[in-house]
Ligand binder design. Structure first.
Ligand SMILES: Nc1ncnc2c1ncn2[C@@H]1O[C@H](COP(=O)(O)OP(=O)(O)OP(=O)(O)O)[C@@H](O)[C@H]1O
Length: 238
């Protein structure tokens, strides 16, 4: 089983003379337990790839499947449901709802999906505890540090049955130590069966991944195994 498959994906933004070919035939797959890093220069298509992987944007041609279901085959409502049930997003700026507490934020996707409030809150409490912020359940985002907010965002990304986690520069707004703890968490979720895609500019962050896909001008130019860790580089053990 694969959690995510992109086959021959092209995406052109706009038309005519101003058209931008953001993706030009991308193939990629992510299975359970795998964390795949996507790297590449600014404008190489990383965010477009992530949006397409999450069903937020559709390819101009090619196929995207999540949980072995081709997204193009789904009517709009079924696509929304699959997005809510199967896919979690983590963004650079956390994207928590400011008027909701941590536990309400995490329970939200389940409640939107029709899960009874009590059950959704119980699942959210478990998810918050898993990422080490169970004691912050009643706090509002403004009363939390950036690192705490990103942990809540990760709890929301993995609550319920969601097993595909898409993270776009999730450490961009955090200091390096906090950023590392967030990556460790992402790694742990993948080790326990989720699949993850991590867009990053930072090779040290990509070193947490099982594989690295390099994009340039919308094409995969190289797909490598894990990058050597910083420690192993320093110790000369690679
Ligand atoms: N909605 C859009 N309309 C027009 N062009 C777009 C749109 N979104 C992205 N692009 C263009 O598509 C190309 C790829 O953009 P994308 O944001 O996917 O790259 P990226 O690798 O994520 O860049 P960055 O690292 O700067 O975030 C760029 O040339 C960008 O200007």
């Amino acid at each position: 089983m694969t959690l995510l498959t992109l086959s021959g994906v092209h995406r052109t933004h706009g038309r005519g003379e101003t058209a931008v070919r953001a993706l030009r035939g991308v193939d990629m797959s992510v299975g359970p337990g795998e964390l795949v890093a996507v790297m590449g220069p600014s404008g190489s298509g990383k965010s477009t790839l992530l949006n397409i992987a999450g069903g937020l944007d559709m390819p101009t041609s090619g196929e995207v499947s999540v949980d072995d279901t081709p997204l193009a085959s789904l009517p709009k409502r079924a696509l929304s449901r699959l997005r809510r049930r199967s896919i979690g997003y983590v963004f650079q700026n956390f994207n928590l709802v400011p008027s909701l507490t941590a536990i309400e934020n995490v329970a939200l996707p389940l409640e939107l999906d029709g899960v009874p409030v009590r059950k959704a809150r119980a699942a959210a409490a478990g998810s918050l505890a898993d990422v080490g912020v169970g004691d912050l359940a009643e706090r509002f985002p403004d009363d939390m540090s950036g690192g705490q907010q990103q942990r809540v965002a990760i709890a929301r990304a993995v609550v319920g049955e969601r097993r595909l986690v898409l993270a776009d520069e999730p450490t961009g707004a955090l200091d390096s130590r906090t950023g590392e703890s967030v990556l460790r968490l992402l790694r742990a979720r993948c080790d326990s069966g989720a699949g993850g895609v991590l867009v990053t500019h930072d090779a040290r962050h990509a070193a947490w991944a099982d594989r690295v896909v390099f994009l340039r001008d919308g094409r995969v130019v190289d797909a490598a195994g894990p990058l050597p860790s910083v420690d192993s580089l320093l110790e000369g053990t690679t």
